[in-house]
Structures are given as C-alpha cells and as structure tokens.
Ligand binder design. Structure first.
Ligand SMILES: Nc1ncnc2c1ncn2[C@@H]1O[C@H](COP(=O)(O)OP(=O)(O)OP(=O)(O)O)[C@@H](O)[C@H]1O
Ligand SMILES: [Mg+2]
Length: 280
C-alpha cells in the first residue's frame, strides 16, 4: 500500500540523503574543530607550564641572590673582625714593647744629655699617639659591639660623629641595653653608620637626633636630621644603592627600613627589626 505518491517519495528520499550528507560533513568539520581546539588547549597548557617555570626560576634566583648577599655581609663582618683583632693585638703589642724600650733608654740617660732626653720623650709621645690611632682604627673596623653592647656602641659612635663633623648629635634610649643578639646589633649598627654617612654627605644638617626603642617584639632605631630633606624620587630611585643596601641588610633579619623627608626641614630614617631574628 502506497502512503505517498512516488514523486513525493523520491523527494523525501533525496532530502533524506542531502541531510545525511550534511550531517556527515558537519561531523567531519566538528572532528576537525575538536582536534584544533585540543591542539590549542595543549599549546596553552605548555605555554602556561613555561610561564610557571620562568616564574619559579626567577623566584629561585632572587632567593639565591639574597642568600649570597647575606653570605657576603657576614664574610665582610668576619674579615673586619679578623683585621681589627690583628691590628689591635699585634700592632698594639709591638708598640707596647717599643714604649718599654724607649722608657729603658730614658732611664739610662744622664741629665746632662738634654737633647737625647727630649728626643726619647718625643719618641715616647709619638708611640702614645700611634697606640691611640691603632685603637681608633680597629674600633672603626669593628666596634666592640660584643663587649660594649649596642646602646653603648651607638653612644660612642654619635660622640665620635659629633667631634668629627661638628653636627650636634643627641641620643636617647628607653633602656640601658637591648636584648637583640650580636648579629642583629651589627646589622642595626652598620645601618646607622650608612645613615650618618648620608647625613654628612647630603643633608646639610646641623643636628641629628637618634632614638632607640624596644618593645617585647621589635627594636626600632630612628634617626632624624634637620637638613634639606630627602625627596620622594631619591627614596624610590633604583640608583639609590645606599638606601637599597640598608633595606637589604634589614631584610636579612626580617626587618625593614623606611625613609621620609620634608623638603627644607628634615629627613627621618626608621629601622625596625624583630627581636626574634624573624625566625619564630
Ligand atoms: N639625610 C639625607 N638628607 C637628604 N638627602 C639624602 C639623605 N640621605 C640620602 N639622601 C639622598 O638620597 C640619595 C640616595 O642615597 P644613597 O645612600 O642611596 O646614595 P649615595 O649616598 O649618593 O651613594 P652611596 O651611599 O652609594 O655612596 C643621595 O644621593 C641623596 O641625594
Ligand atoms: Mg649613601
């Protein structure tokens, strides 16, 4: 039994074929697009892996640089300690020996040899001056932070700074001694020296005020000078290697250094170090 006339049936069959062909074409196209998408996805994944790798490498080399910098600092400190000790002990002993010999000579001279007596006295005075010089050089190389403690060392440094530069230097500390360890104290002291060098070189100041405060967790050193004031661009300039060096030194102990300047009025540098060395 025929439901449709044959022409109608032929039409339908043709249409069915055409749509079958279209579906087949679509399927092929879809397979192609899927393949392309998969390839793109694989590409993206490898690019992202590359990116991750670069980032990891960057982080690793930054970390290595930081460790190297820490190592260099501590080698420098060790070297300074060694030289300071050698100068102090060896030169010091030789000079003491020399002084005793001159004293012996003096005691064996007759009063009627005034020229020789005067000469030996001059030698003795010269030896005293040299002893002082040796002490000063070795202390500058490595102030006796270990023997004196940080507070006393800062006091000594400011006294010396005032005498040398004529810049009035005031110091106040809320305690006689800090609980910061020797390594941390050396970091604070070296940063203070950098700050003071900058004051002489750039500030045109007549006064510096230094304060040291210690809470249960932090030690804060603040140095204010009444000079021309550090500018924002100097603070943020990558050329300010000295300022970056101070920050880097502090960072080695999980600390930080902040700079603030008011043009024509003052510069304040604040150093903050955790008392546990940033380890706990
Ligand atoms: N106390 C200050 N008062 C005013 N300007 C300052 C002070 N300290 C630093 N500056 C300015 O900030 C700049 C950067 O200081 P930084 O210590 O980095 O470099 P520097 O002292 O010029 O050179 P370096 O310390 O490397 O020998 C200085 O060149 C100076 O212009
Ligand atoms: Mg400097």
């Amino acid at each position: 039994m025929e439901l449709l006339p044959s022409t109608e049936q032929n039409n339908l069959t043709r249409q069915f074929h055409t749509s079958q062909q279209l579906i087949a074409e679509l399927e092929t196209r879809l397979t192609q697009v899927t393949a392309q998408l998969l390839a793109a996805k694989a590409n993206l994944a490898s690019e992202s892996a590359d990116h991750q790798r670069t980032e990891d490498e960057f982080r690793r080399s930054t970390e290595q640089l930081r460790e190297l910098s820490a190592r260099l600092q501590s080698v420098r400190e060790e070297e300074r300690t060694r030289i300071a000790r050698a100068i102090h002990d060896e030169l010091g002993q030789t000079l003491t020996g020399l002084k005793m010999d001159v004293a012996w000579l003096q005691s064996h001279l007759e009063p009627q040899q005034p020229a020789l007596l005067a000469k030996t006295q001059a030698m003795s005075d010269l030896i005293d001056t040299t002893v002082q010089m040796v002490r000063r050089i070795s202390t500058e190389l490595r102030p006796g932070i270990l023997d004196l403690g940080l507070v006393a060392t800062i006091e000594w440094q400011l006294q010396e700074f005032q005498t040398r530069t004529g810049i009035e230097s005031k110091f106040s500390s809320d305690s006689e001694e800090t609980i910061l360890d020797d390594d941390g104290s050396t970091v604070v002291f070296r940063i203070l020296q950098e700050i003071l060098t900058n004051v002489v070189r750039h500030a045109q100041a007549t006064q510096v005020v230094v304060t040291l405060e210690e809470t249960a967790t932090f030690l804060t050193l603040q140095v204010r000078d009444n000079g021309r004031g550090m500018t924002e661009s100097e603070i943020h300039s990558p050329k300010s290697i000295g300022l970056l060096g101070m920050q880097e030194r502090a960072r080695l102990r999980a600390g930080e250094v902040h700079f603030h300047g008011t043009p024509g009025q003052e510069t304040t540098v604040t150093v903050r170090l955790p008392l546990d060395g940033g380890n706990k």
